[in-house]
Design a protein around this ligand. Structure first.
Ligand code: ARG
Length: 461
């Protein structure tokens, strides 16, 4: 038996409604606040539109924005609901405004479609999430840097093919991940900048026959600029999310490899590092177990985030121009990718702060052959051609018995080697990212505070 539901945009058979709304009714809770911010900018712009009579008087704008702020506060208190009949956050907010303000509520969707509305919501959401993710990445880079500096002169066997290769240090190992995270931060910033453009005014995908001011709306929301072409403004949905997810997947790649190294080096057979017991989990049958489940989950979650990136890419790869409902399916993996990466970053910072270094175990890892290459290069310094030195050392490995790991790592003084690590340079680069993120965030908070007439994000008067 089929029943139909009355929605703001027509009667829809109940199963069709449930199927098409999908998880939006839950997921859109994360978008309530940004939806209200987007609407505040849209209404402000509409009030200035040169039409006679004006669409909104200044008092109307104030009333609408006051109600939008009330909805934001309700959302924070957990008391704003999105019903299945609403389908999504956009119509839930419109319904609420119409209930409270009558015709004013019915007017706010002028010159706009849910297509550009959800696109702007996702960009505002991503802007904030990415700023947090960048801060969390910076935090982990900082923890790794402190760890690297503290243990910069602790010798550690460097490996290739997982086999002992050459003398290295804990400082070199740890700061290699600082470098990786700085690369990842450049990708995140690139994704942030791409995301930082306003799609509003695209409407259904093709603009509107009204003199809207797309630049004004973009500036009100603190975006760098509007996306120029209205069709692209819509087509960029999904592409933008996939770019962000691919950047996040690079962060996860770094975390996964750090996790893998830690799993290896905390094995009792190595014992280079250890994790406090409360950062491990036990077994329901084996009483002695202390497992690095966190690290295993981070490793698996890197697959998850990459799968989301590929999944979203795949959703849009054959999407015809103009809005298609397929885009809605990108929302869940997008939100999950951000969430998963952010929680992985936080847990890895926590773990790295507590990681214990065991210098004795690290020293035990040095078998004499680890010094073979260093010895050959020493002979080169005395005038022997490299290939001859190589064969000489290969034939006299026993001569390497008395080499000293600490001395060996102190001898590599060139740029970026064990004794040539420039920690100040890392600090400067980390600080540069920190202040860039802070200034972007402040700019956004200021724009939104001005728009809403209350402090954002606190929402206090
Ligand atoms: N929830 C929808 C989405 O995420 C909003 C846009 C709906 N647009 C439409 N033409 N049905 O895509």
């Amino acid at each position: 038996m089929s029943s139909s539901h009355k929605t703001t945009v027509g009667d829809i058979e109940s199963e069709v409604l449930a199927f098409t709304a999908g998880r939006d009714v839950e997921l859109d809770h994360a978008l309530i606040e940004v939806d209200c911010i987007g609407s505040a900018a849209h209404v402000t712009m509409l009030a200035g539109m040169p039409v006679d009579p004006p669409l909104f008087a200044q008092d109307d704008v104030r009333n609408v924005i006051r109600e939008l702020v009330a909805i934001m506060r309700q959302a924070r208190a957990g008391s704003f609901s999105i019903t299945l009949d609403d389908q999504d956050v956009h119509l839930a907010v419109e319904r609420t405004l119409t209930k409270r303000l009558g015709d004013l509520g019915k007017k706010i969707h002028t010159a706009r479609s849910r297509n550009d509305q959800v696109a702007v919501d996702l960009r505002l959401f991503a802007k904030q999430q990415l700023a947090e993710a960048m801060d969390e990445t910076v935090r982990l880079a900082g923890v790794l840097l402190t760890f690297a500096e503290t243990h910069h002169d602790v010798p550690m066997v460097g490996r290739t093919h997982m086999q002992p290769a050459m003398p290295s240090s804990v400082g070199l190992w740890a700061s290699s991940f600082v470098d990786a995270l700085l690369d990842d931060l450049a990708l995140l910033k690139g994704a942030y900048d791409l995301n930082n453009q306003s799609p509003l005014g695209s409407a259904a995908s093709y603009g509107v026959p009204l003199p809207i001011d797309r630049e004004r709306v973009s500036a009100l929301l603190g975006f760098a600029r509007p996306i120029h072409n209205v069709l692209y403004a819509n087509n960029a949905r999904g592409k933008t999310e996939s770019v962000i997810l691919f950047a996040l997947s690079q962060v996860m790649l770094t975390l996964s490899r750090l996790a893998q190294d830690l799993m290896l080096f905390t094995m009792p057979e190595f014992g280079y590092f250890s994790l406090p017991a409360e950062y491990c989990t036990g077994s329901s049958i084996m009483p002695q177990k202390k497992n690095p489940d966190v690290l295993e989950l981070v490793r698996a979650k890197s697959s998850r985030v990459l799968a989301h990136a590929v999944g979203v890419y795949d959703i849009v790869k054959a999407a015809p121009s103009g809005y298609n409902r397929d885009l809605q399916e990108a929302k869940e993996p997008f939100m999950d990718g951000l969430n998963t990466t952010r929680s992985s970053l936080r847990i890895m910072s926590l773990l790295m702060e507590k990681l214990v270094v065991n210098p004795d175990a690290l020293l035990k890892g040095f078998s004499p052959d680890v010094f073979a290459t260093d010895r050959a290069l020493e002979l080169v310094g005395e005038g022997m051609p490299f290939r001859d030195a190589y064969h000489h050392v290969k034939a006299h490995l026993a001569e390497l018995e008395d080499m000293d790991p600490a001395e060996a790592i102190a001898k590599k003084r060139h740029l970026g080697a064990t004794a040539g690590l420039d920690f100040a340079q890392y600090k400067k680069r980390i600080e540069a990212v920190t202040s860039a993120v802070a200034s972007d965030r402040n700019g956004f908070h200021q724009a939104v505070s001005k728009l809403l007439g209350v402090e954002f994000p606190s929402l206090e008067k």
